[in-house]
Each structure stands twice: as C-alpha cells, then as structure tokens.
Design a protein around this ligand. Sequence first.
Ligand code: FUB
Length: 340
Amino acid sequence: NGSEKAVTIDDTLPKIPVPISQPLISSIYTADPSAHVFDGKIYIYPSHDIDAGIPENDKGDHFAMRDYHILSMNSINGKITDNGVALDIKDIPWAGRQLWAPDAAFNNGKYYLYFPVKDKSDIFRIGVATSTNPAGPFKAEPLPIKGSYSIDPSVFKDNDGKYYMYFGGIWGGQLQRWQTGKYDSTAKDEPSGETPALTAKVARLSNNMLEFDEEVKNVVILGADGKPIPASDHNKRFFEASWMYKYNGKYYFTYSTGDTHFICYATGTSPYGPFTYQGVVLNPVQGWTNHQSIVQFNDKWYLFYHDVQLSGKTHLRNIKVTELNYRPDGSIITIDAYKK
Ligand code: FUB
C-alpha cells in the first residue's frame, strides 16, 4: 500500500513543559507566596504583579508592584478567595516604589504584615503593618523597622514563642551595598571567588512585633567541607527568598539561588544557624525568579511557589502549590515543577 504516508515525529520541535500544578488564581498576577495556617484556614501573602511598562534589567526595576492582595482557602484544592487590596503603597508614608515579597505573622491577637519597599531615596527597607483580620486591610506603621534593609522578610515562630525575621536579597535586593554595615550605593557587585558568599540576615523580633530586639546576625550556610559556601558557587549560595520552618525538631532554612534559579535548603539546630547545605527543594521554574514557602496543613506538607505559566513574562507570575515529601532521614525529595 504505497499510497499511505508515514507519520514522523519531529524531535527538533521545542517541547512545551507540562506543569505538575495549575495557577491558584488567574484574575490577578501573583508571586512570592508566603503561606500560613491561621484559625485552620490557609492564608497566602503574595506579591501582586503588574505590568508597569518598565523594561527588564538586573536590578529588577520591572517588578514595580503597588499593593498587596491576600488570598485565602479552606483547603489545598478548595476555592480561593481574593480578599481585595490589603495594603496600598500610597498608604505607606515612607514608601517610594516596588512592593516586593511580603510575609505575615500572628501574635498578641493581631496580624502583622511585613513588606519590603524602596524608601523615597530608593533604598529598600522593611516595613510592618497591622490588622485584626488575617486578610486585612492592614495599617502601615509610620516608619520602616529600625535597622532594617534589603528585601524578602520572612517571619518564623519558634516553639518557645519567640519570633525571628529572616531577610535579604542580593543584586536588585541591594544586600551587597550593606557589606560595611552602612549603605554604599557604589558597591554594585556580590563578592566572587573563594570569598564567603553574602548571607541572609536574621534578627529576633521584640514582643510588640514592630522592632528588632537585637543586632542583625548573618545566616551562615556551610558546605559539606564545613566551610561557608563560597561566593563563586552560584548553584548553592544564598540570593533571596528566605523561608525558615521546623521539621522533626530541626531548623530548615530554605532560599533561592537567584541567577541559577534553584530553591535550596540547609538544616541546623538553632534558628541562628549555622546551617549545612542539604540540596535542592525545587528545580528552576519558567521565569527568572523562583520563590517558595513551605507549610504543614493537616498531616501533609506543601510547597507554595510561582512560575509564569499564564503570561510567559518574568514579571507577571502566578502562584501554585504542590505536595512536598521527605525521606525517612528528613531529606526533602526534590520537586520538578514540570513532568518529564
Ligand atoms: O517579587 C519581587 C522579587 O522577585 C522578590 O522580592 C524576589 O524574591 C523575587 O521573587
């Protein structure tokens, strides 16, 4: 039957990755999901991405967000509610531009929203806003947290009731400009070579949740050789997106490696570290940034993350969730967000 044509598969065509999870919400662009369980319900504190028409650059000027919307769900696969504008940049007296990745905490009967934004001199600081409702609206304090700088605040409550803020991010997050302890706008680059990489920062919060209760400390991540991860090791060094949690009595410090796009983790025995690098939580996703939170809901653990499935544009992201699993020794089974 010589008239039939053979069907051939063109292996040269690019394969469209098949995602393991779908966007949680498509009516707005969302990113950097910090998830918490408050009163048995899941609340997600994300960035609210918009297209401000600013061209992409290494400083992240294209991430020009102006407000926060808090999302809530009764269950992981349940309906998601967008609770509307929880905080607008125009209501933060000291803010200039760029509302980046926030987080939240509950204490003393109040909810606290922590957020990074550039002040009027274009220096990132961390602010706090309060509410009696986890979904807001939130009222910003008149000034940034004293002694705060850089981006990506993430607040962890330890079993003894103490709260710690982890923060910092290099490149557009400006952490490299604080190496001397003072802001230096001429310090444009992170260290290189065998010099220890820049670290995330940590400080215990005061009882009123509005201030640091101590000097800011370095979150040191050690390699298998017991030495701090060198600046040249971009697959492992801290870049941004701190998220701390505890599993089976151990502290898990998770973070993004930025320009190599991994979410990694390191474990330790104290909220201050040092932490030892363990491996990859999440492989690179579509879009430049990768940013996570990890939370237990009922008896399972979940990874909240984002990619750019809806827009195909790095600054217009959509949040997602997937289950996270451990091996018996406590190591995390690396997640690939796309089916092979
Ligand atoms: O959303 C703006 C920035 O992108 C965040 O602060 C970083 O963590 C990265 O996800």
